[in-house]
Ligand binder design. Structure first.
Ligand SMILES: *[C@@H]1O[C@H](CO)[C@@H](O)[C@H](O)[C@H]1NC(C)=O
Ligand SMILES: *[C@@H]1O[C@H](CO)[C@@H](O)[C@H](O)[C@H]1NC(C)=O
Ligand SMILES: *[C@@H]1O[C@H](CO)[C@@H](O)[C@H](O)[C@H]1NC(C)=O
Ligand SMILES: *[C@@H]1O[C@H](CO)[C@@H](O)[C@H](O)[C@H]1NC(C)=O
Ligand SMILES: *[C@@H]1O[C@H](CO)[C@@H](O)[C@H](O)[C@H]1NC(C)=O
Ligand SMILES: *[C@@H]1O[C@H](CO)[C@@H](O)[C@H](O)[C@H]1NC(C)=O
Length: 515
């Protein structure tokens, strides 16, 4: 009795000590809406937005060293402040929990939230980690960036095995964190999932591609092939293949009968992008195209035509690169070949069905097709987008069809290109008309070597943070004070990653003035 009691007391003491420090830390969803000293010294007078060191959710001396080193490269005081705030944002604020699996103490787990929503998206978390890719090295320490990567990959594998059609997930049971309430799970969707594990279950092909992307990134930077053979990675890849191959199905069989579809989603909503027509199946898709269906886009909005080209590009590219990991593990030659062949057949299908002819721009990639001949011609800010095709490594930026597509995307002929005096960039139906997404301006910079185009985009990004010094989700193109999402970690990390890319490619633009 007594032993039990003192253990309880000890436990209570322990649990009250750690959170007490945390309890003094401000809620970043509020903190990121207020301005904090010291302000930057340029005309934009930007807030300092890093939490104080004791409140940061992960420390990396490599990241801190890089932030210091960039001070000599980025000469403009406002641009440097925006970098200094945004680059470490995922480490500073989004590592909600890091630990190990209850069933295997060697299996690291990282619960990395998107920012202002307390849930982990497959796509966001893979990309949040990618902002630190240039600093990633092989390292077995549990306090290294490599460990953080392994933790994200292991937790994503667990999520995919439990609910392969879903895009966003709850904290792992080991964390002791309560699941986040979500009214957004609809009344009617298949297959069923547990709301204690899943936060949202929109089937997006790019979420599965994101797992292959972060796996490729970790493998190429560290060469740590042993890691991929140890835990659930191989099973997760098998689950991805099973899930995506089942979604090669068209709407009708050749005899005219209606095929069963492995995923449906239907809900009561006032927004067309939040549900699917035809009893949760969406618009019809031709049989036998070789493209994988995606019911939702990386913006979490429903696709109009489910043969969504950017996610097929990303999936093909990273399935192929992940096949080299599978081959290197040993004993998985057949699976590796299967991955490579599937990636190749998707690439052929993109070439066959995903390219259309525009009277002004010539041959261009379509955003979405149905395989019957209809195409949705637009681009959306979220990645993967058509604009990001070279960034995701699907093609070379000099590719003439990409260049035609890029000219179209960055023109008023793209129905979602948002223009105005504040910022000019691709937007999308997620936030609707009149709101440009800084993330798309960042992608514009990644995909050009024109210094004037880069300087214009940098200036627009810098002038549209409303003095807060963080990258917002979207900004009203006529009013910099009207924006969405104060705490969007992925977009912040992407901006940091972009400036590191410029440092290597065109350092001169970082030495200029943006006043
Ligand atoms: C910067 O902003 C702060 C707080 O909003 C304000 O007190 C200060 O005067 C501003 N400085 C400049 C130079 O505009
Ligand atoms: C990060 O370092 C600070 C000291 O600089 C410390 O107070 C804080 O607890 C560390 N954070 C983590 C998650 O280890
Ligand atoms: C591994 O990471 C830890 C924590 O960041 C660091 O202290 C250590 O120096 C790193 N080891 C190597 C070999 O880079
Ligand atoms: C899960 O669903 C049940 C039943 O609808 C509901 O009572 C509960 O609050 C939900 N939990 C979360 C975390 O959303
Ligand atoms: C039509 O073809 C499908 C797929 O091959 C098959 O499952 C189904 O039984 C066929 N239906 C009829 C009525 O022949
Ligand atoms: C793209 O193609 C150009 C011209 O063929 C070549 O110089 C460049 O290295 C290629 N870039 C990449 C990233 O492959």
């Amino acid at each position: 009795m007594q032993a039990t009691l003192s253990l309880l007391v000890a436990a209570a003491f322990f649990f009250s000590e750690v959170p007490r420090v945390r309890a003094q830390c401000p809620d970043y969803s509020i903190y990121s809406q207020q301005r904090h000293e010291p302000f930057s010294t340029g005309r934009y007078n930007l807030s300092y937005m890093r939490p104080e060191p004791a409140c940061r959710t992960f420390n990396s001396s490599d990241v801190e060293d890089k932030i210091v080193a960039m001070k000599d490269v980025i000469k403009d005081p406002d641009l440097y402040r925006l970098f200094e705030n945004s680059f470490p944002n995922s480490l500073d604020t989004a590592v909600k929990w890091k630990g190990v699996s209850a069933s295997n103490a060697e299996e690291e787990l990282t619960f990395l939230i998107t920012g202002d929503i307390n849930a982990m998206w497959l796509r966001d978390s893979a990309n949040q980690m990618q902002s630190y890719l240039s600093l990633l090295k092989a390292n077995t320490s549990t306090s290294s960036l490599a460990s953080l990567y392994r933790g994200v990959i292991n937790l994503q594998a667990r999520y995919i095995l439990s609910a392969p059609h879903c895009n966003s997930f709850q904290p792992p049971i080991e964390s002791g964190l309560a699941p986040t309430q979500n009214q957004a799970l609809p009344d009617d969707f298949t297959p069923p999932v547990a709301n204690t594990t899943v936060f949202e279950c929109k089937y997006e092909l790019d979420s599965l591609a994101a797992f292959l992307e972060i796996s490729t990134n970790y493998y190429q930077a560290t060469g740590d092939v042993a890691f991929f053979g140890k835990f659930e990675w191989v099973s997760a890849v098998q689950m991805i293949l099973e899930t995506t191959e089942a979604l090669l199905v068209g709407t009708y069989a050749s005899n005219g009968s209606v095929n069963a579809v492995p995923y449906t989603w239907m809900r009561t909503t006032t927004s067309a992008t939040e549900t699917l027509s035809n009893e949760g199946r969406g618009n019809p898709v031709q049989e036998g195209t070789g493209l994988v269906r995606s019911m939702f886009r990386p913006s979490d909005d429903a696709t109009i035509y489910q043969l969504f080209i950017p996610a097929n590009m990303m999936f093909s590219r990273y399935l192929d690169s992940a096949s080299t990991i599978m081959a290197a593990i040993g004993g998985q030659r057949n699976l590796a070949n299967h991955m490579h062949n599937f990636a190749t057949s998707i690439r052929s299908a993109i070439t066959q069905y995903g390219i259309v002819t525009d009277p002004t721009y010539g041959q261009v990639y379509a955003f979405e097709v149905d395989g019957f001949g209809s195409a949705n011609r637009m681009d959306d800010a979220n990645i993967p987008s058509l604009l990001s095709a070279p960034f995701i490594g699907y093609l070379n930026g000099t590719d003439p069809i990409y260049q035609n597509t890029r000219s179209f995307i960055l023109s008023s002929n793209n129905p979602y290109y948002m223009r105005g005096p504040v910022i000019n960039a691709v937007g999308g139906p997620h936030v609707s008309f009149g709101y440009a997404w800084p993330m798309a301006s960042i992608m514009r910079i990644f995909t050009t070597s024109s210094t004037s185009e880069i300087e214009t985009a940098l200036k627009e990004i810098l002038s549209s943070t409303d003095g807060l010094g963080l990258i917002h989700e979207s900004v009203n193109t006529f009013d910099a004070g009207d924006w969405t999402r104060q705490w969007f970690s992925w977009a912040n990390g992407l901006f940091g990653q972009c400036l590191l890319d410029l440092e290597g490619r065109l350092p001169g633009v970082l030495g200029g003035s943006y006043q």
